[in-house]
Design a protein around this ligand. Structure first.
Ligand code: ADP
Ligand code: MG
Length: 603
């Protein structure tokens, strides 16, 4: 084909793809416009995950009647006039592309009334072309209705999630706006039902309460710190290390109220929680950075999701210190003395290969037998449910046999014929076996065993289920609710009976028997988080199974009876933990007899 200029319609569609990737990106752009127009109230209504209808209504300035057609042209904006303005952007929008992009791939009706005009105007467009214009006698402000998004881009429709999934994503976007603008009242209505409504009181905690529920919001800690030298202020609310989630969806960062995703800022903040945060757990944080607009470059990403900041490292340092100082004030962090680094364990599998667990028993060190501890799925979470709960019964479910179990290979690191010696610190089990002495982390070991069982049981019909004496009502955020609506069947298969309950909660009526004594609210929230993310963690572990295993397992600090210890050991012997790619925390640490002999100079 010869080279030629694309006709404008094709070029528009291509450009639109950059800005409106999915319904939530259209919502994001429309809400940004409302906020830029000074709105104090913004309402978003959607149908069919935003594909059927998106309606954004605001009480902002309105668009002058003389400019409504202009607003839909690409690179038409009232927010910039010269390239120099780009260096000090104070509005959320500035590219002049959003309305043109959304219009190119949908049917739009705009209603707007600017304060300086006697009468408002309504404009209808189809695939970017104006089809009707009429006067409109409505209040000052703007409402934009977007119908049939992507009706003329069938390829895009194929890549979207289900309506519930897209609605969940939109809910997440609006939650971020609410946290970024606590002074604005947001209301989100999905299929005629109110999903989120913030008071617009100006208090971040009030907005957080609507997003995460009162229990979490009231327990969060305020931070506020400034650095003269880097002209920056950091303020916001952070959770204590006891309130955590199994993924990073609770981390929200705003630079001059613009929600941004910034990995290194996330690391800086999470680092401040160490060592109080368990592996695989993440805090809830709503953090605002305020810096002079001249020190931010917002024009580095088509959807403005990233920004560059002068002095970025210094400002991340400020955020780190502020979070750490606040945490130290509420509770001194436990200092962990020289922990074993996973990479330094003498384990051939740590490079990522399947481990044969074939360390030389005479290598002169404790040999770690490492099982996976996935980064975002299960995680040990004894921190958040308290070590005071009674131990989970260990013998409550049938032990799974693996159909693919291979003939046992004699292996000094495999704990066989284990004889319990005792429990140390209510956390570790000490046992003697054929290959020497084994130290077993009771939580990690039980978690690993249960994970195997859950995965094996999933394919079996009629998972055991135990009705709860009193149903448990669990408040969930929009993303979690969307995940349960969409993937609830996965939980039913595992023995849950869970159902929508009011606008922002679900009710649990039955759970798998092994979960009965867990913190059910937290378990359901984590399960919903697991369902909302990818099904598999990067290392191939099933996130949902890992989450449930973690919640069902005995905790560190649970004192176990001799029978419970014996049961755990017997089941551990049957579980082929070694076939997992070893990374994260060890299940078993082994001390060989020859090592003991050497240490006591018997050899
Ligand atoms: P940008 O936001 O980058 O300027 P958009 O395409 O999103 O570009 O919008 C174009 C223009 O339309 C804006 O600059 C603004 O003047 C006007 N506009 C859009 N939405 C609204 C609204 N809700 N209220 C007032 N003006 C609006
Ligand atoms: Mg805009």
């Amino acid at each position: 084909m010869p080279i030629r200029l694309l006709d404008p319609e094709v070029a528009q569609k291509i450009a639109a793809g950059e800005v409106v990737e999915r319904p939530s990106s259209a919502v994001k752009e429309l809400v940004e416009n409302a906020l830029d127009a000074g709105a104090r109230q913004v309402q978003v209504e959607i149908r069919s995950g935003g594909l059927g209808l998106i309606r954004v209504t605001d009480d902002g300035s309105g668009i002058p009647a003389a400019e409504v057609e202009l607003a839909f042209l690409r690179h038409a904006t009232s927010k910039l006039s010269s390239a120099a303005d780009l260096t000090s952007i104070q509005t959320l929008g500035f590219r002049g592309e959003a309305l043109a992009s959304v219009a190119a791939v949908s049917r739009i009706t705009l209603y707007t009334h600017h304060a300086d005009d006697d009468l408002g105007v309504t404009l209808t467009l189809e695939a970017g072309q104006v089809v009707e214009r009429k006067p409109w006698a409505g209040p000052i402000g703007t409402a934009i209705l977007v119908r049939n998004l992507f009706f003329n881009v069938p390829a895009r429709l194929k890549f979207l999630r289900s309506a519930a999934g897209e609605a969940g994503q939109i809910g997440h976007v609006i939650e971020q706006f609410a946290l970024g603008h606590p002074d604005v009242r947001f209301r989100f209505v999905n299929e005629g039902r109110r999903v989120l409504e913030t008071p617009g009181s100006g208090d971040l905690r009030d907005a957080l309460r609507q997003v995460y529920g009162s229990e979490i919001a009231d327990a969060m800690v305020a931070i506020d710190d400034t650095s003269e030298s880097s002209h920056a202020r950091v303020w916001g609310l952070i959770s204590t290390p006891q309130v955590t989630r199994s993924n990073r969806s609770g981390l929200s960062f705003f630079v001059n109220r613009r929600c941004i995703s910034n990995l290194s800022l996330g690391y800086a903040v999470e680092e401040a929680y160490r060592p109080a945060l368990l592996p695989g757990r993440h805090p809830i944080v709503a953090l605002h950075l305020e810096v002079p607009p001249t020190e931010v470059d917002c024009n580095v990403h088509p959807t403005k999701a990233e920004v560059r900041i002068v002095n970025e490292r210094a400002i991340h340092g400020l955020a780190h210190r502020a979070v750490r100082a606040a945490l130290l004030e509420v509770a001194p962090l436990p200092e962990v003395g020289a922990p074993l680094e996973p990479a330094s364990w003498p384990n051939p599998g740590v490079g990522g290969q399947e481990s044969g667990v074939s360390d030389d028993p005479a290598s002169g060190r404790l040999d770690a037998w490492v099982s996976r501890q996935d980064d975002s799925g299960a995680g040990g979470s004894e921190g958040d449910t308290g070590a005071t709960s009674p131990p989970r019964p260990l013998a409550d479910s049938p032990t799974s046999r693996h159909p693919d179990s291979r003939p046992p290979i004699p292996d000094p690191f495999r704990p066989t014929a284990l004889r319990p010696v005792g429990q140390v610190q209510n956390t570790y089990i000490v046992a003697e076996g054929a290959g020497g002495i084994y130290f077993i982390d009771q939580h990690t070991a039980h978690e690993r065993i249960l994970y195997e069982e859950i995965v094996a049981q999933r394919s079996a019909p009629n998972a055991p289920s135990q009705a709860l004496l009193a149903p448990v009502v669990v408040q969930l955020n929009a993303r979690q609710r969307a995940a349960l609506t969409e993937h609830g069947a996965a939980l039913t298969r595992l023995g849950f009976d869970v159902e929508e309950f009011g606008p922002d909660a679900f009710v649990l009526r039955a759970v798998p028997p092994r979960l009965v004594r867990a913190d059910l609210a937290q378990a359901l929230r984590d399960a919903a988080d697991a369902l909302a993310g990818d099904a598999l963690a990067p290392d191939g572990t099933d996130r949902l199974a890992a989450t449930l295993a973690c919640h069902s397992a005995v905790r560190a600090g649970d004192s176990l009876t001799p029978t419970e210890i014996a049961t755990l050991l017997a089941r551990l012997e049957e579980t082929d933990v070694s076939r997992y790619c070893p990374h994260g925390r060890p299940v078993v640490v082994h001390l060989s007899v020859s090592q003991l002999e050497r240490d006591f100079h018997r050899r």
